[in-house]
Design a protein around this ligand. Structure first.
Ligand SMILES: Nc1ncnc2c1ncn2[C@@H]1O[C@H](COP(=O)(O)OP(=O)(O)OP(=O)(O)O)[C@@H](O)[C@H]1O
Ligand SMILES: [Mg+2]
Length: 247
């Protein structure tokens, strides 16, 4: 399925996202980080986006301040490298409040209840999001970070607290724990791991300015271990494995 963002699709997305003018619309979150709904414009092409300026990042105890935007972009690069278009196109760029992450806005189906959505067991996008989270070590997969489009795709957003070298997987998507990873997804993990092992790969060049070398290595080891074991991980007993609140 070709993803469309306010009618912008295919090769039109990347130039708009990279070079379009960003006009702020409103803040999406009142208290925490500065997360803006904005509009990208280039000529007569326009589409909504999320813009998170690095300067608006709230300090966290477990991730260095100023690194969350890069983690979001890295998550997108890893997802698309796996061949899974489950994170909207995301880049690091300049904007009205300085450098930040900019991500295409996904129109969501208002009929879909995110709690019901997060509990689905047979959706291939959702199952891949759960596996991607294990690779990137996402510590904030709330149901509200799942976006169901009107044509039935599911994407994820808000990957700023990913790529830690410590096991921090915190998610509402535990329904596949201990079950076999489908063969095609295992192959995708192996291809990803091979790219991460190759010091000259495009993916390594893309990730280098976004997360640390240790974090890239840890992601590679997680991909290798998941592919080798061939099963979805279990929650850690030493870590709150479900986000609170779960939405
Ligand atoms: N690309 C997107 N397309 C559509 N909706 C989005 C997108 N990104 C974020 N949202 C919506 O905006 C909300 C806030 O975004 P996000 O969770 O990324 O911000 P945040 O500042 O990290 O928030 P919080 O700290 O509350 O988790 C999301 O829960 C989601 O509903
Ligand atoms: Mg959020």
């Amino acid at each position: 399925m070709t993803l469309s963002f306010d009618g912008v699709a295919g090769p039109d997305v990347a130039p708009l996202l990279a070079d379009g003018t960003i006009d702020l619309v409103e803040r999406l979150t009142a208290a925490s980080n500065q997360t803006w709904l904005a509009v990208l414009r280039s000529g007569d092409v326009q589409a909504r986006c999320v813009y998170k300026p690095i300067a608006g990042e709230r300090p966290l105890w477990d991730f260095p301040t100023g690194t969350l935007a890069g983690r979001e972009v890295a998550a997108h690069r890893v997802a698309w490298s796996l061949g899974w278009q489950v994170i909207p196109p995301t880049v690091l760029r300049d904007g009205p409040l300085g450098q930040g992450m900019c991500q295409m806005w996904v129109e969501t189906d208002p009929e879909v209840d995110v709690i019901e959505l997060a509990g689905r067991r047979d959706d291939p996008d959702l199952r891949r999001i759960a596996l991607l989270d294990a690779v990137i070590n996402n510590s904030d997969r709330k149901a509200g970070h799942l976006l169901a489009t009107p044509d039935g795709a599911i994407l994820g957003c808000d990957h700023g607290v990913s790529f830690s070298v410590r096991y921090k997987l915190r998610t509402v998507l535990w329904q596949w724990r201990g079950t076999p990873i489908p063969a095609a997804d295992r192959e995708a993990l192996n291809r990803l791991a091979a790219r991460l092992r190759d010091p000259a790969s495009d993916l390594n060049a893309e990730l280098a300015p976004l997360v640390t070398a240790d974090e890239v290595y840890a992601a590679r080891r997680r991909a290798e271990i998941l592919a080798e074991h061939g099963a979805y991980p279990y929650p850690s007993p030493e870590w709150p494995a479900v986000p609170y609140p779960p939405v």
